[in-house]
Ligand binder design. Sequence first.
Ligand SMILES: *[C@@H]1O[C@H](CO)[C@@H](O)[C@H](O)[C@H]1NC(C)=O
Ligand SMILES: *[C@@H]1O[C@H](CO)[C@@H](O)[C@H](O)[C@H]1NC(C)=O
Length: 337
Amino acid sequence: MAPKFAQLFVSALVLLTQLLSLADARNIGVCYGLNGNNLPSPTDVINLYKRSQIDNIRIYEPYPEVLQALRGSGLSVAIGPRNEDIASFAGSQDAANAWVNKNIVPYKNDVSFKWITIGNEVIPGPLGANVPAAMNNIRYALSSVGLTGINVTTVLAATALGASFPPSAGAFASDITGTIASIAGILAQENAPLMVNVYPYFAYSSDPIHISAEYALFNSTSAVVTDGSFQYFNLFDAMCDAFNAALEKINFAGVKLAVAETGWPSVGNPPFTSVANAQTYNKNLMNHVLQNGTPRRPSYLMDAFFFEMFNENLKENAVEQNFGFFFPNMAPVYPFW
Ligand SMILES: *[C@@H]1O[C@H](CO)[C@@H](O)[C@H](O)[C@H]1NC(C)=O
Ligand SMILES: *[C@@H]1O[C@H](CO)[C@@H](O)[C@H](O)[C@H]1NC(C)=O
């Protein structure tokens, strides 16, 4: 009896440790862009993620130095090809295999790839129609090297919605509905999330007459929008639920969302941009997504990536340059992590 009991005890301990480490990982990540000429080395950046206890990282291209620095880091990685490469994957299984063999296979034993994003905001757009076939070919390339279970998905911009207000009116733009339905079919089969970029900042700063700062910053203590039986206290939930309603309309209610980008700039367009607003939005967003789903998906906690790690001086304007949590010298823009 005794050895059996000991064995049971050990398996219980192992299980408990696994549960604890699961509870430990937050479904929160930060995007790491490289549009700056003064950014720290990838190794320093990955160490900064680790010191800051940021578990998930999103990168926009398979930069070899970044992938090298990610080895053994334990971070969960979202990675995508360059948008320009997607058409070749759609047209050629060999091209998809080559991308996977070059950028994923050499790292697969010590880098934890969780999401492969085929296209960042290419739908709507001229490249968009390539996405479903490119996703299938990349998925096939992964499974032929024994990699199953990685989420192969795409990232949509808010402009993919032809209607978004009230959230129940959410619908994909008619010219892309077929493409999105093909993508949703793949996602449903693989149980992978559809990724979306959600920026209450841009909605609010372009229409401050109709959208209040409190609603955009999660500061409202009463419902701002009532939509049938759903009550919205913040714009983020309303924007996400417009996507959920759009998925319901094409009969893919079961496809879940993950947020590939969200954030708030600290500089560039006062009074909408400020360090205080950026800090408020990001703090409130973090508390919100760690504890709450949206009104249409109340029990589903979405994975979310903040945009972004650093202020990047080569982006096109002051707002775009100032979404970072950190200055290029790695000093925090405001206390957060
Ligand atoms: C797939 O994506 C979901 C939602 O973002 C995530 O929770 C899950 O861990 C991912 N699965 C794998 C195998 O990486
Ligand atoms: C939002 O709430 C924070 C406190 O959580 C406060 O510092 C900030 O001034 C508020 N901003 C607005 C616009 O309501």
